[in-house]
Design a protein around this ligand. Structure first.
Ligand code: SAM
Length: 288
């Protein structure tokens, strides 16, 4: 436990899919003026250098954000991807991308004065880095940071007072039990706050628990009579080294606009990030 450091994976294709969707969800929910509470259950360190430290060991950004940025120079993008790239570039002063914002920074920058952000992080080193990074932001007063197990705490945080909430659940799945904890946390959260928007990230692996996750989530959403959207992005087929080749997002109570945005974005991501003929995507939804 606790060998996972997100810096190794910052700016990867999986981050692109997750953060592209996250930005869309926040901006949709902010179309109404009421206060929005966002819970990021697995925060990480908040923001990452791509030119020194862990990120330079794994170089996952080379097949992720750097590929996309290069593609963007000679190809036209859809508004969703252009908007995502703008959010990433906003953390960089130079033309070249050397800094990659994790979900806490992406979310913090999007907060309006009436919104709140709650970040959870359990890793003893990551939590200190996260606290330091967030303290430098002008939005820091709107952000609470908890060094607690978010799976256990989530049910106590929903519904938020404004009853408008977005929950990002992005575990490392380092502990195989995370799959089970996720199911319990989702059951409890939907029981208390059925109308919240929940975005769950997962790695697409051959491991039984990972392969079963979308169906488990569909079952939970259906039992609570909730709409859902399921998407996966695969950038290569042949297993190379120990890199992740595909990842997915499962969204419960997705905005009606998300499927259209992904139908535009995913074919572009395939062109930009695809490495071999195994590239592909999944996009399915159900309206309750
Ligand atoms: N959401 C981040 C982003 O998009 O930039 C990346 C998060 S990373 C995939 C998962 C993080 O969750 C790790 O930093 C890990 O230490 C932390 N973590 C693992 N189990 C946790 C738990 N039960 N509660 C809170 N944090 C946890």
């Amino acid at each position: 436990m606790f060998s996972y450091r997100h810096a190794f994976h910052a700016g990867s294709h999986a981050d692109i899919l997750k953060h592209l969707i996250l930005i869309h969800l926040v901006e949709y929910l902010q179309e109404k003026p009421g206060a929005l509470t966002i819970v990021d259950t697995h925060a990480g360190a908040g923001i990452y250098s791509l030119i020194d430290g862990f990120a330079t060991v794994s170089k996952e950004a080379n097949e992720g954000i750097y590929r996309l940025a290069k593609f963007a120079k000679t190809n036209s993008l859809c508004p969703g991807i252009a908007n995502y790239l703008e959010c990433i570039r906003a953390e960089n002063t130079e033309d070249e991308i050397t800094i990659y914002p994790g979900s806490p920074f992406i979310l913090a920058r999007l907060l309006r004065p009436q919104d709140r952000l709650k970040l959870f992080e359990l890793h003893p080193k990551e939590i200190d880095i996260l606290r330091h990074n967030i303290s430098e932001l002008k939005q820091a007063k709107q952000i609470d940071i908890y060094a607690e197990d978010s799976f256990a705490r989530l049910k106590g945080l929903v519904p938020p007072p404004s009853r408008r909430g977005l929950v990002l659940i992005d575990p490392s799945y380092e502990d195989k039990q995370d799959y089970r904890y996720l199911e319990t946390a989702m059951e409890e959260a939907l029981h208390r706050f059925a109308t919240g928007c929940y975005a769950i990230w997962y790695p697409t692996l051959s491991r039984r628990e990972s392969a079963a996750l979308p169906d488990r989530m569909k079952k939970i959403a259906t039992a609570h009579k909730r709409s859902w959207l399921h998407t996966e992005l695969r950038v290569e087929n042949a297993p190379k080294e120990r890199r992740l080749q595909a990842s997915g997002m499962f969204i419960i109570n997705p905005p009606w606009t998300l499927e259209k945005q992904l139908a535009e974005s995913l074919p572009i991501l395939i062109k930009a990030l695809g490495q071999d003929s195994g590239t592909g995507f999944v996009l399915k939804s159900f309206e309750a």
